[in-house]
Design a protein around this ligand. Sequence first.
Ligand code: ADP
Ligand code: 5GP
Length: 196
Amino acid sequence: MQNKVIIFSAPSGSGKSTIVNHILSLYPELEFSISATSRAPRGNEQNGREYWFYSEEEFRKMIAEGKFVEYEEVYSGSFYGTLKSELDRIWGKGHVIIFDVDVKGGVNLKKYFREQALSVFIQAPSVSCLRERLLHRGTDSMEAIDKRVAKAAEEIEFARGKFDFILVNEELGKAFDEADKIVGDFIRKDIRPDGK
Ligand code: ADP
Ligand code: 5GP
């Protein structure tokens, strides 16, 4: 059994959800890792579907109990983390795990899983294009968009040289094809049983 993981990271608005959902629809053997978070559910998000929702106090207790592979305070006061129990749940079915984590989380997961992991950083062609997409998506306040755009520039800088692939999402059809090729090659590739 080759326990593999695929890590997607991107600044908010780069098209990560769009690309990850497309990839999930192509490969039935892929399964999304449901993260834990201390932020409140948004819209019609459900516990155990988009996230496992906890209070900040419960989240901190789980950190102390060693329940996470990695966690980050992605936005001030909002914790997000990858639960060790998700690895057993998904690998137990013989599936490949897909992670959607922030840029620091992506770098940490790649260090943890090494050759077992494919890490992909998705980037919009420019920061101004990313702002346009967030405005067009219409799900965030102007203040939230400003925060996300400011963070994006830092994340792009931080990510440089730390991911297996950088995927520039300019024309969506091309980005889908490129993501499909990268993921398909990785799924078919043999890795050593110890994952090294
Ligand atoms: P993320 O998950 O990275 O925050 P989304 O997948 O929600 O980003 O994409 C942000 C917005 O940009 C969405 O409205 C999406 O439909 C749009 N979008 C994604 N990729 C492209 C693209 N290549 N060209 C134009 N718009 C795009
Ligand atoms: P949102 O609140 O928009 O759902 O997610 C905010 C950010 O948290 C996104 O960048 C997302 O990738 C990141 N995120 C979600 N789950 C995890 C996780 O388990 N670990 C880390 N480090 N980041 C996560």
